[in-house]
Design a binder for this molecule. Structure first.
Ligand code: ASP
Ligand code: MG
Length: 410
């Protein structure tokens, strides 16, 4: 009797060298031996993608994005083939594929493409033959046969999308940590592994810099209700299940605390206080494809107002060019940039039905004399921009204030 399909995704750190690849092969083989059909998605080995990016940077600061994708997609092609060989070595039938070979069709926005469709024929035929199917993560192909990549961390998206179209029982995300934690365990030693978390919470934590799963993959998982299991590739222990919201989750006020150190703050000074000016600024940013995150506008005193916003740190130089021009066009009085910020966030669906979370967060920061520069809120999170040097201390003290740590003896 067939037990169904399981999709297993292994990140770069799980396949960083031949020994680790062999370990992954054993793990995959064990799942196959339990009677499941297994589809494996792998990332490039270790820091390969960063190394490749650096190589390109040594040639040009302005590569064509099509060529970037030609280059980036090579990393995953190496690891799929090696994993297939490792499985063959232990007597398992396995076959590796690139994204285009299994028909992962994407739009043409190079380096951050969206998956449009996946044809399951080839994968299913190989599974029927009894083979383990290994698919290169992070890549697709346009209708014009151009290779694309799906944005950093995009192997998560490949895995989730495959799990969805194949109707997999579960999509297992293997990583080098035991699961999703209440805070970064490197910063907060008594951070607790969560047994479960809702898609919405994980989406917030992912986009806030918890760096466990690619944010876009979470949106897809949530939309199609793909059950996810984030777990360690080095231990058998169960990790964190990411699922639809269940009632018990609401009893927990705050689920996790994160600090995102990958944003920068931009302030446009003395923007003329009349309709349409903010629109002009943000239109220019949108045209340049820059994702603006938090925005605040000060109260206007003398017919001019400061507008601050945050952008991904990696987009800062692009932002500088665009915003300086836009600011002078509308007659603002200069632009200031601050790279030394962190976005601190508390997340939990329990917040919807409880009050007092913001007050407690601000009080805790005040008690540590940490200044809040910007605030934004949604139904299930509160974020503050603070000085980056205070980030770790802020996370620690909030983790304590909301009593998220492990109980002694556990
Ligand atoms: N190798 C790609 C990256 O480093 C994709 C991934 O690992 O998910 O972003
Ligand atoms: Mg990853």
């Amino acid at each position: 009797m067939k037990k169904g399909i399981i999709v297993q995704k292994f990140g770069g750190s799980s396949v960083a060298n031949p020994e680790k690849l062999k370990n992954v092969a054993k793990r995959v083989a064990a799942t196959r031996d339990e009677g499941y059909d297994v589809v494996v998605v792998v990332s490039a080995m270790g820091d390969t993608t960063d190394d490749i990016l650096e190589l390109a940077a040594r040639i040009t600061s302005n590569p064509h994005s099509r060529e970037m994708d030609m280059l980036l997609s090579t990393g995953e092609q190496v690891s799929v083939a090696l994993l297939a060989m490792a499985l063959h070595e232990i007597g398992k039938e396995a076959i590796s594929f690139t994204g285009w070979q299994v028909g992962i069709v994407s739009d043409s926005s190079h380096t951050r493409a969206k998956i449009l469709d996946i044809s399951t024929g080839r994968v299913k035929a190989e599974l029927r033959r009894g083979r383990i199917v290994i698919v290169a993560g992070f890549q697709g192909v346009t209708l014009n046969q151009e290779i694309t990549t799906l944005g950093r961390g995009g192997s998560d998206l490949t895995a989730v999308a495959l799990a969805k179209v194949l109707g997999a029982k579960v999509c297992e995300i293997f990583t080098d940590v035991e699961g999703v934690y209440t805070a970064d365990p490197r910063v907060v030693p008594d951070a607790k592994k969560l047994d479960n978390i809702s898609y919405d919470e994980m989406l917030e934590l992912a986009s806030l810099g918890a760096q466990v799963m690619q944010a876009r993959s979470m949106e897809v998982a949530s939309k199609y209700n793909v059950p996810l299991h984030v777990r360690s590739s080095f231990s058998q222990a169960p990790g964190t299940m990411i699922t639809k919201e269940v009632k018990a989750m609401e009893d927990v006020l705050v689920r996790g605390i994160t600090a995102n150190k990958n944003e920068a703050k931009v302030t446009v000074c003395d923007v003329p206080d009349k309709p349409g000016e903010a629109g002009k600024l943000f239109e220019e940013l949108a045209k340049a494809n820059i994702n603006v995150d938090m925005i605040i506008q000060n109260v206007s005193r003398a017919r001019a107002t400061d507008i601050s916003f945050t952008v991904p740190a990696g987009d800062l130089s692009k932002t500088e060019k665009v915003i300086e021009k836009a600011a002078s066009l509308i007659g603002a009085n200069g632009v200031k940039f601050d790279k030394n910020i962190a976005k601190l966030s508390v997340v939990g669906i329990g917040m919807r039905s409880h009050s007092g979370v913001a007050a407690k967060m601000f009080r805790t920061l005040a008690s540590k004399r940490i200044n809040i520069e910007m605030i934004s809120t949604s139904e299930i999170k509160i974020s503050c921009v603070i000085d980056r040097k205070d980030a770790d201390e802020a996370v620690k003290s909030l983790h304590k204030a909301f009593e998220l740590g492990r109980k002694p003896g556990k």
